[in-house]
Design a protein around this ligand. Structure first.
Ligand code: B12
Length: 235
């Protein structure tokens, strides 16, 4: 359904408009997620991969827009919580399929570790980051969600990643977050680990108070940055 002026009846702008999702395949994917149709969701995404789209493109142009739209539908009470959660489960399994499809980097490829931080329960973007970097030949490993800052210091010191990606959708206490984050950046710098950050909680107000190597709006941006550190061909 397309609404000409959703704001006039108290709905957020864009309600009922799936055109924000670029491709027909993106709309089909959204439908499959809404219906919990896992085989169809898997088929659509693997088709995109087999047709030559990079993992970053699939994440930025198909997976993320579908969830942004699901978030709007949830806010407007047009889908049930169970449908949103089921969509997350389906998507995680699809990401896992992509992970199997791209394989893992060579033994001598640089290591990358990723996580969400304490109090941040979101799982999709951090899992996507792992596959995006694997697609570029990195040995990337997601540590999962809700990791305390202290353990990420240990991970950097012990495993010596060349890059750590952090996805931040939810921040409980901004002042504490900023202090802990900046200390993590000090550790990362000391061990020559690039700290790459992204996520919906990183507005410009909070970014101005944080130190990191690079902020990315999209996984495409992270892929471009990661290529400046390492390419499989060594060129
Ligand atoms: C699924 C979901 C949940 C699930 C998550 C389950 C899971 N396993 O992950 C659960 C149930 C936990 C949840 C809870 C809540 N949610 Co919620 N959720 C969502 C939803 C629908 C999808 C999130 C998602 O994964 N998106 C897909 C990712 C891939 O998109 P993305 O984060 O934008 O990532 C892209 C870029 O930002 C970037 N990026 C992101 N991270 C990184 C990292 C790096 C390194 C790089 C390079 C790039 C990058 O690249 C990605 C691809 O382009 C969003 C809607 C939305 N707009 O996303 C709401 C949404 C985020 N939730 C919302 C709300 C309100 C809540 C709750 C408060 C609801 C409640 N009353 O309990 C709680 C809060 C929980 C908490 N402690 O913070 C609001 C937030 C509004 C706001 N700004 O404050 C949203 C926007 C929904 C809405 N329209 O209102 N949620």
């Amino acid at each position: 359904m397309v609404l000409a002026n959703p704001e006039a009846i108290g709905l957020p702008p864009g309600t009922g408009d799936d055109s924000a999702i670029e491709h027909a395949a993106g709309i089909e994917f959204l439908t499959a997620l809404r219906e919990g149709n896992e085989p169809e969701a898997r088929r659509i995404i693997l088709d995109a991969f087999l047709s030559g789209q990079s993992i970053a493109e699939i994440c930025d142009r198909m997976l993320a827009p579908a969830f942004h739209r699901l978030g709007e539908l949830w806010r407007c009470n047009q889908i049930e919580v169970y449908q949103e959660r089921r969509a997350c489960e389906v998507c995680l399994r699809v990401i896992h399929e992509l992970r199997r499809a791209v394989g893992s980097g060579q033994a001598n490829a640089p290591l990358a570790l990723g996580a969400t931080l304490d109090g941040d329960p979101y799982t999709l973007a951090v899992s996507m980051g792992e596959v995006v970097l694997r697609d570029l030949g990195w040995r990337s490993v997601s540590l999962g969600n809700m990791l305390p800052f202290e353990t990420l210091h240990r991970a950097i010191e012990t495993d010596r990643p060349r890059l750590m990606w952090l996805s931040v959708t939810s921040i409980r206490d901004a002042d504490r977050f900023i202090a802990s984050f900046n200390t993590l950046f000090d550790t990362a710098s000391a061990w020559e680990c690039a700290l790459v950050v992204g996520g919906q909680a990183f507005g410009s107000d909070i970014r101005q108070r944080l130190r990191y190597t690079t902020y990315c709006d999209t996984f495409g941006h992270m892929a471009s940055f990661a290529r400046t550190l390492y390419t499989e061909s060594g060129q």
